[in-house]
Design a protein around this ligand. Structure first.
Ligand code: DGL
Length: 259
């Protein structure tokens, strides 16, 4: 079986690249729902419907381990997928998200005050607060929706992204650790670090490779079933020359397929 990586769009390619660099031997299928991005501004019902379609698609493509790289989709759907969808419709499939690994990493730096920037839907769900407080009940979690960043990054507008970050970070002065809780934000992690030089910036592309490696070491019943053909497919629900350009920044020889 293959490893599926799902995101609402192309931002998750940065997470996919980190996984492929850490564990190159496996077969990967990336699916980006570019027809419906951004998820971060949508209702929970819409996000669930789109994510379910994506799971069915990846399972049909032969994926037995699926990583939801999208924080918004993880926040809204992971519990349902793990507790209801998989047991009933896909008992051989394991679906993992990005939030628990990120929470574990952030808590290595601070267990007092933890900052989170994410999409409006992720912040509305309070998933980071819920998961952080499960481990450290007294943790002070400061979450801020940062909706100007995804459009700026998608438009390659890094001065717009920097202006937005300069505003947003005012909420996080003296916070020791800041979680970048969105697939797109690793691309601007240096800007966050520039404005918060004394804060540990937790970016998911830095941690997901190690976290998946560790997970597979602990779960040999899954690892031994993964196929090792070193293949990669990148599939999107809407294709445009702009999407190909964005994708080529991360994977220079990428061929995007349309589903
Ligand atoms: N992939 C989304 C996330 O990580 C960001 C883009 C979107 O809003 O769809 O939350």
């Amino acid at each position: 079986m293959k490893i599926g990586v799902f995101d609402s769009g192309l931002g998750g390619l940065i997470i996919a690249r980190a996984l492929m660099e850490a564990l190159p031997q496996y077969d990967y299928v990336y699916y980006g729902d570019t027809a419906h991005v951004p998820y971060g501004e949508k209702t929970s019902g819409r996000i669930l419907a789109y994510t379910l379609d994506a799971m069915r698609f990846l399972i049909n493509e032969g994926c037995g381990l699926i990583i939801i790289a999208c924080n918004t989709a993880t926040a809204i759907t992971l519990r349902y997928l793990q507790k209801r969808f998989c047991p009933k419709y896909a008992p051989h499939v394991k679906i993992l998200g990005v939030i628990i690994p990120t929470v574990e990493t952030a808590l290595q730096t601070s267990t007092d005050t933890i900052g989170v920037v994410a999409t409006p839907a992720t912040v509305r769900s309070d998933i980071y607060g819920i998961e952080l407080r499960k481990i450290v009940p007294a943790a002070d979690v400061i979450s801020l929706a940062t909706p100007r960043l995804v459009p700026a990054i998608e438009a390659n507008d890094f001065s717009g992204a920097e202006q937005a970050i300069a505003e947003y970070i005012k909420t996080f002065q003296n916070v020791p650790v800041l979680i970048l809780g969105c697939t797109h934000y690793p691309i601007v992690k240096d800007l966050f670090q520039k404005y918060l030089p004394h804060t540990r910036i937790v970016a998911q592309d830095d941690l997901m490779g190690d976290k998946l490696t560790d997970y597979l070491k602990r779960h040999s019943e899954i690892e031994t079933k993964l196929s090792r053909g070193n293949t990669r497919r990148f599939i999107v629900s809407q294709l445009s020359p702009g999407y190909t350009q964005v994708a080529q920044k991360l994977f220079p020889n990428i061929q995007l397929e349309l589903f």
